[in-house]
Each structure stands twice: as structure tokens, then as C-alpha cells.
Design a protein around this ligand. Sequence first.
Ligand SMILES: N[C@@H](CCC(=O)N[C@@H](CSC=O)C(=O)NCC(=O)O)C(=O)O
Length: 280
Amino acid sequence: MPMIQTTSEQRCFGGTQGFYSHESRECGGTMRFAVFVPPAAAQGRVPVVYCLAGLTCTHETFTIKAGAQRVAAELGIALVMPDTSPRDTGYEGATGDWEVGEGAGFYVDATEVPWADRFRMYSYVANELPALIAGNFPVDPLRQGILGHSMGGHGALGIALKNPDRYRSVSAFSPIVAPAQVPWGEKAFGRYLGKDRAHWAGYDATELLARGTFPGTILIDQGGADAFIDNQLKPELFETACLRTGQALDLRMHRGYDHSYYFIQTFVEDHLRHHAAALA
Ligand SMILES: N[C@@H](CCC(=O)N[C@@H](CSC=O)C(=O)NCC(=O)O)C(=O)O
């Protein structure tokens, strides 16, 4: 079993909040991640929810800002927070632009130079990390859920739709639901995946719905005062695709809420309960 290094562990709501690192095969270097293990894990393996953060974020962002541990402890759910990209790559253009490169991995397996060697966040989050977590933490890999925010919401929806046999639940906060149709996604997919838009479709939640639906209701919360809603998020595109394909969707619009972690803090309990119901 691959080794992990413990950076720190703190007692939290009767469980443990830890920060770790390991040498990643997919990302070609050291990757950092955080795990919350609830008190119920003392009695046996617990369900696990992967929490994917957005642009500019690290493994610390959701961990520190979402306020998810109290309810995860109550529900007996482990949380895993990966970083959003490989780090210290030295690639030209990998730093200095918050929309692409380090901190902006977009949960795809890049095919273009120079990104292809290390920017493999799809395979990292969907395959490598769950195996690492199952081998080192008291989680039940047959009871997995996934959620995310913004770029991480795109990641969660896409990974769940591509692997409906491996995730029992999925939810998102203010997700980029149609990356192939908005500036953030067009920029990142163009750099990582090249010009062939047919390839992009394999990572676009709205397009993936045409290939197959998720066997459960998808929960999405979206702030009505989110500055990115009209040009980057476009929840209506996913809503229309769900109606067309018969995908069960609970899209909740919240007047006055923006794109921040204050919005996530407000509704994270509902998301964890959504996952707990499916992972029981
Ligand atoms: N630096 C940008 C704002 C970046 C931003 O808003 N990032 C969001 C995710 S956006 C989509 O993936 C985020 O979660 N930030 C972390 C936080 O703590 O809020 C700018 O200057 O506008």
C-alpha cells in the first residue's frame, strides 16, 4: 500500500481532522490532501464524501472554510479534501494566472504539452486517491459520495456521471455545469485538452448527461447574487439537460447569496444529509 505522510492531526467534534501528503503516480509528485474521520469510525468503516474545491483553492480551503466537520461527525461520514492541481510543476504558464495551471486543474486528464505529464486530476480524484484513502483510513469504498464548489462542482458532477457505479451520491455548490460553453472552461480545456471539442465533451457535465444519467437525485445549490452565475455557471443549461434526459435534479436557487464560502457554510449541512441518506 502506498505510503502517506502525516502533516498534522487535530481532535475535532470527537473525530480527527488531519492533513497529509503522498507521492502521486498520476500527478507525478507530492500531493497534499485533508481527511476528516468521524467518531463513528471507532466502531467500523464509515461512508466517505469527496469534497472538491474551486479555482485558487487548495486542500485546506473546504476543510477550513466550509464548516462541514460538525455535521459529518454527527452523521458518521468521513470527508476527503484533495488539492486542486499538482504543485511546483515549473511548467511555463503554470503560475500567475488563477484560471489555468496550479490551483486550476479542472479535474481533467490533460493531453497537451506541457500539462499532460502531471495535470491528471481526473484520474487522481476518481482512481488513485480513493484507493489510497481506502488503504489508509477506516472508510467503506463501496459507500462513496462526491461534492464540489464551482470548478469543484464541475469536477464532482463529471466524475459522478462518468462513474455512476462508484458514487452513490453527488451534489454541488454553484458548479460550472457546462465548461465547454463558458470562458473558464473554454480557456482551461483549450490548454489542457487541445482544440478538439469532442474530447472536451467527455468532461462536461451537461454533455455527459446525454451519455447516461446518475441513479439518484443530483442536489445543486446556487446563489442568486453570485457574480459568476450569468457568464460562467449557467445552471439553466444543466437544468434543461436534466429535463431532456430524465435526470432527477434538485436545483435550489437562493436569493442574495454569492459565490463565497459563507454561502457554502449556510447549506453544507443539507448537502451532507443528502449524501448520508444515499450512503446509509
Ligand atoms: N481570485 C479570483 C476569485 C477566485 C474565486 O472566487 N475562487 C473561488 C472558486 S471560483 C471557481 O472555481 C473560491 O472558492 N475561492 C476561495 C475562497 O476562499 O473563497 C478573483 O480575484 O476574482
